[in-house]
Design a binder for this molecule. Structure first.
Ligand SMILES: Nc1ncnc2c1ncn2[C@@H]1O[C@H](COP(=O)(O)OP(=O)(O)O)[C@@H](O)[C@H]1O
Ligand SMILES: [Mg+2]
Length: 334
């Protein structure tokens, strides 16, 4: 197999809470091939944003990588030091945040924010950068790009601001796009448009995509593969989105699916997951999902839960994986 575009290996990150160091990400592993889109899902607090920030080298104050490795095109981002990481951030990896307000400079015209990034990374003249900025704005579906170039962020709607941020984010032709719930703050129609936009960008740029969301319905549309996080651990990871949707193996994945509206599923069967996800301070022993899991036994509440190999590129950290039935041949009388 070729070298993955991105490989996160046994990544452990701790945070400081009330003077104590607590494990927030506990041995996260997954990889992404060139051109692949992987969904990273889990409830709020499961460690999605910290994972993306660790890859970008933008961990918040108080958070640090304790162990593990992050390889980008085969090079260890952590071992190669801060300089390499800074360089990679501009040209190889880009991150698109949930709140465009945070990433856009309020006192700078949006066009400048796009072509600033272009001039830095591509060695273009101002005129060339301006033209390319217009092209990018059109690519992300902004009409009247030549006029809108001169607008300030506050003069644009939330949907347009998000598009501008995406245009700025992809201006350097990244090989890897990290998205942190980029549509959560938008209304449903705009959300659908932005999702369509990512599909187009993927085709155009042939970039890898790591797409973070709490919404499985979104990743089902967008992504080829899936990694499910819970309480800072990988619960299930599958190379095929379709397979894991059809036969989830981890009860947490199953529970998330049961709580997700499905196009072809029966209406009115949505079940919320009972209870709350634990925070870093009150993570239970054993499988962190065990207190909320319908299948949990005593063994689930003690010690480490190993990753079970379900199939090729498919693992589940569970002692009692579900959907075993589907391993049997379908109805004999069919
Ligand atoms: N800067 C920080 N200081 C202390 N705890 C943090 C910090 N950032 C994140 N955490 C904790 O780490 C866990 C994972 O957070 P995060 O990655 O933001 O989750 P998600 O993006 O999946 O909602 C949470 O329990 C959160 O409270
Ligand atoms: Mg988050």
């Amino acid at each position: 197999m070729s070298t993955p575009l991105l490989s996160v290996e046994d990544l452990t990150v701790s945070v400081e809470v009330g003077g104590k160091r607590l494990t927030a990400l506990d041995g996260i592993s997954f990889s992404l091939q060139e051109g692949e889109a992987r969904g990273l899902v889990g409830e709020s607090g499961s460690g999605k944003s910290l994972t993306l920030r660790a890859i970008m080298g933008l961990l918040p104050a108080g958070a640090r990588v304790d162990s593990g490795a992050i390889f980008f095109e085969g090079r260890d981002l952590l071992a190669d030091g801060a300089d390499y990481q800074r360089q990679v951030r501009g040209t190889g990896i880009t991150m698109i945040f949930q709140e465009p307000g945070v990433a856009l400079n309020p006192v700078m015209r949006v066009g400048e924010q796009i072509y600033d990034s272009l001039m830095q990374h591509r060695n273009l003249s101002k005129k060339e950068a301006r033209e390319y900025a217009i092209h990018l704005m059109e690519l992300v579906g902004i009409r009247d790009a030549a006029t809108r170039l001169n607008a300030y962020p506050f003069q644009l709607s939330g949907g347009l601001r998000q598009r501008v941020m995406i245009a700025a984010g992809v201006a350097c032709s990244p090989k890897l796009i990290l998205c942190d719930e980029p549509t959560t703050a938008l209304d449903v129609t705009v959300q659908a448009q932005i999702l369509g936009l990512f599909a187009n960008l993927r085709d155009e740029l042939d970039a890898g995509l790591l797409y973070v969301t709490h919404d499985l319905a979104v990743v089902a549309q967008m992504c080829d593969s899936l990694t499910v996080l819970y309480s800072g651990k990988v619960m299930e990871s599958a190379g095929s989105m379709r397979s894991v949707f059809a036969t989830p193996r981890h009860p947490y994945t199953e529970a998330l699916l049961d709580a997700t509206p499905r196009i072809e599923g029966p209406v009115g069967r949505l079940r919320a997951i009972p209870g709350m996800a634990p925070s870093v301070v009150d993570r239970p022993e054993g499988c962190p999902f065990s207190p909320r899991c319908a299948y949990a036994t005593h063994d689930c509440r003690v010690g480490d839960i190993p990753q079970l190999n379900v199939g090729a590129e498919w693992t589940a950290a569970c002692l009692h994986p579900v959907s075993q039935m589907s391993l049997e041949p379908k109805a004999a009388n069919a």
